[in-house]
Ligand binder design. Structure first.
Ligand code: PMP
Length: 363
């Protein structure tokens, strides 16, 4: 492969970014807008960086239709730090929270929250290896819970909430790390949404938090300063040095999504890509998707041959033709293709062709 040729990277994250964005960032690498310095070198207090972060936030608000009574924060610490920040800030009355366990990330969020309060599993799909999303009713949640936590898209198991659960008047918190900006969301149904950048938005290093304003300001006074949303909200994500370069690339990705018609158009492309792959799996005798049809993710498509050696052969041969990172998560095995926003349709076509050839050759 020549040095300028690109592979199709099916990684669950960090993952592909739009080529247009990468090319543009490359052009701007040593001198951003002719200023003679890279965004990497720029003071976060400069007028130029202020413009970058302000525009990024405005475009994210526009793309997601974020209501005015929500704060947007660009933080560090990944999705993982949110597993702690959420309970530290939202356990404010009963100290109770209910978690829906739909996979390993949901479980990690739950395990972390347990350090801080009375945390209950409202429902779990572990009984069937997280291959479905539990049907939820308002009665599944404690009426006095301070919040309910869900993982909207389950990166490892390939499931997704295809409707927002009805939690009544309770505050709904959602981890949207692996699906943000791939579908239209009614933000007003959530008290807090968080998402790491490294799948649909930017390189690793930044987490977006979208939080209803009236929920801010309840962290215990002993809460470490970085973990208090109030500090970040008051200072517009500039309390300390933010992840400047990741915010810059995120801003460029937001502009790119707007340029193709916004989240609605992005979603149509994502649906078309996922359908191609799911159909290929359905038509095949060799590959199977263990996930219940109605709960399947558009972003992370999990499939298996049922034979470990055959899976390994598939992964190695795919890699040799530039289709990389098709291995399932180490905890579940099998195969997984992550088709995030920036995966070109051509990548999915190439994968489907390869699957057909592989099946014919290994009957
Ligand atoms: N939540 C989900 C749904 C994820 O997929 C991931 C990472 N793949 C995380 C949380 C953890 O994110 P981070 O590695 O940024 O801490």
């Amino acid at each position: 492969m020549g040095i300028n040729e690109r592979v199709f990277n099916f990684s669950a994250g960090p993952s592909m970014l739009p080529l247009e964005v990468l090319n543009d960032a490359a052009k701007q690498m040593t001198s951003y807008n002719g200023l003679g310095e890279s965004v990497m070198e720029m003071s976060h207090r400069s007028k130029e960086f202020d413009e970058i972060i302000t525009t990024a936030e405005a475009n994210l608000r526009d793309l997601m239709n974020i209501p005015d009574n929500y704060k947007v924060m660009f933080l560090q610490g990944g999705g993982t730090l949110q597993f702690s920040m959420v309970p530290l800030n939202l356990l404010k009355n009963s100290q109770k929270a209910d978690y829906v366990i739909t996979g390993s990330w949901a479980k990690k969020a739950y395990t972390e929250a347990k350090k801080f309060g009375d945390i209950k599993v409202a429902a779990s799909s572990e009984d069937d290896n997280f291959t479905y999303i539990s049907k939820l009713k308002q009665e599944d949640f404690r009426a006095d819970a301070d919040y309910v936590h869900i993982t909207y898209n389950n990166t490892i198991c390939g499931t997704h909430f295809n409707e927002v659960p009805d939690v009544g008047d309770l505050i709904l918190v959602a981890d949207m790390s692996s699906c943000i900006l791939s579908e239209e969301i009614d933000v007003s149904k959530f008290g807090l949404i968080y998402a790491g950048a490294q799948k649909n938005v930017a390189p690793a290093g930044m987490t977006m938090v979208i939080m209803r304003e009236d929920l801010i300001g309840f962290a215990d006074e002993k809460t470490p300063v970085y973990l208090d949303y109030k500090i970040h909200a008051e200072k517009d994500s500039m309390y300390n040095t933010p992840p400047c370069y990741t915010i810059y690339i995120a801003g460029e990705v937001f502009k790119y999504i707007k340029s193709i018609g916004g989240v609605k158009e992005m979603h149509k492309i994502d649906v078309a890509k996922a359908e191609k792959l799911y159909n290929a799996i359905e038509e095949s005798q060799m590959f199977k998707c263990p996930v219940k049809k109605e709960d399947r993710s558009l972003m992370n498509i999990v499939f298996v041959t049922g034979d470990k050696d055959l899976d390994a052969k598939f992964i190695a041969e795919a890699k040799s033709i530039g289709l990389i990172n098709l291995k399932g998560h180490r905890s579940v095995g099998g195969l997984r293709a992550s088709l995030y926003n920036a995966m070109p349709v051509e990548g999915v076509d190439a994968l489907v062709d390869f699957m057909k050839n592989f099946e014919n050759e290994n009957k």
